[in-house]
Design a protein around this ligand. Structure first.
Ligand SMILES: [Fe+2]
Length: 112
């Protein structure tokens, strides 16, 4: 999966292949995924068959986490995070799944 972020409107676009993608009239480049550190880490609590994701990252209009993608190989669940609300996401647990998420100021991260 490839992740693109529009620098103008902040739209996050998840695609299955690297192809030319445009948004707001701009050609977008796929984003490198960095290893999450410090406040750019999601906190994961396992609850029965679910995972509960929270974060200590600020969620202001200007600087916030904007999405979480959870899954593996060809299938991800993508959750848009609302601005100005704490991250509070519950997802059905999947074996060997990865967590990828974005910060509107600092890029895209892989948790763990
Ligand atoms: Fe950030």
């Amino acid at each position: 999966m490839k992740f693109y972020v529009c620098p103008i409107c902040g739209n996050v676009i998840v695609v299955t292949d690297e192809k030319p993608i445009t948004c707001c009239g701009e050609k977008l480049n796929s984003q490198d995924i960095k290893k999450a550190e410090g406040k750019h880490c999601l906190l994961i609590e396992e609850q029965n068959n679910n995972i509960h994701l929270t974060s200590e990252h600020g969620m202001t209009k200007e600087h916030h986490l904007n999405f979480i993608a959870y899954g593996k190989k060809n299938q991800y669940v993508v959750v848009k995070l609302p601005k100005e609300l704490a991250v509070d996401v519950v997802l059905k647990k999947q074996e060997d799944a990865e967590i990828i998420f974005g910060c509107n100021q600092h890029g895209i991260f892989r948790n763990g």
